[in-house]
Design a protein. Sequence first.
Length: 370
Amino acid sequence: MKKYMKLFACLLAGAFVLTACSDDDSVKPISYQDVPVADGLFILNEGSYFDQVNGSLDYLDYATGTVSRRVFQAANGRSLGGTPNNAIQCGSKIYIATQEENRVEVIDAKTLKALSPIAITAPRELCTDGQFVYVSAYTGEVSKVDTLSLKVVKKSPIVGTNLEGIAYRAGSVYVCNAWNSDYTYNTNVVKLNAETLAKEKDVTVAANPNQLIAAGQDLFLSSWGNYFDVPATIQRIDMSDNVTVIANATYMAYYEDSLYLIGSFYDESWNEKNTYTVVDLKTNQETKFIDGTEIDSPCAIGVDPITGSVFISSRKKYPNADGTESVSYKQDGYVVRYNYDGEYVGTYECGVNPGTLLFVNHTKQVPVFE
């Protein structure tokens, strides 16, 4: 289980033993320690641009096991708009990149009330260093947003075409230069100086880089290939910017020295085949995580950093007249929850094309005894 849960259990056990075995009622804690407590999960649904379905924000409450639908709209009286593509939390605010609306929505994490939106053309992905939020865009630029003034304070030069995943590490911002207007695919992640957003270098990677995760000193990258004969690839970028291949997969989530992976592959008839595995990053051994028979067409994967619960979002399939099935890009989707060891927990309905999972927690003070 997650190390915080172990710590919490040990602290409670220690408190019980001291209280039960001591005749001295004056035993008092010598200090208090903050322990994170998991609350729930925001599900950001992209909607469907081609079917003119706006995106939405849902919330899964762990305590009740229920999903509150369209919580942004309920709090603000309006829709998120077209293609909300990514969300992160920094401090007391949540930032949502809404591509078709050419803005980053900023909302209060508790009330979900919208604050001043940030005008950025075609924003796609977000990352933060704790003080600034960095935004990739289909304009080929990266914007730097001050989290106090909610203003863009710097922009990079054009460093690519359609920029996707972005991550901060050790004073640098890395951004995926994914694809071109003619639907050819690039093979570079661009490294920028976080202070100035000046380009430092290109890091050569597998074709069509899309997702970046910063974990400790490493960056993990998912490159999606060409969706046919060039497979999706998971790579590690070390502190020296050396790139090594870990596995073939499309979506990834990091948790305690492991990568949880979804491989979405297509045959010559464009039938989707999915695999669900986990890689131990200490041994580089990949093992099966789940069969995934309850998942139709995966969109995203995330692991709650406190509980270790694994969540996989999916679109639904619908039957065709000839007995086959097709994936729906305009019907509501769902999220499936598993324990960290792959045990099925439950399925929760959500909006159309649930593409981002954002975990929510709070801290609780726990006494520490001698």
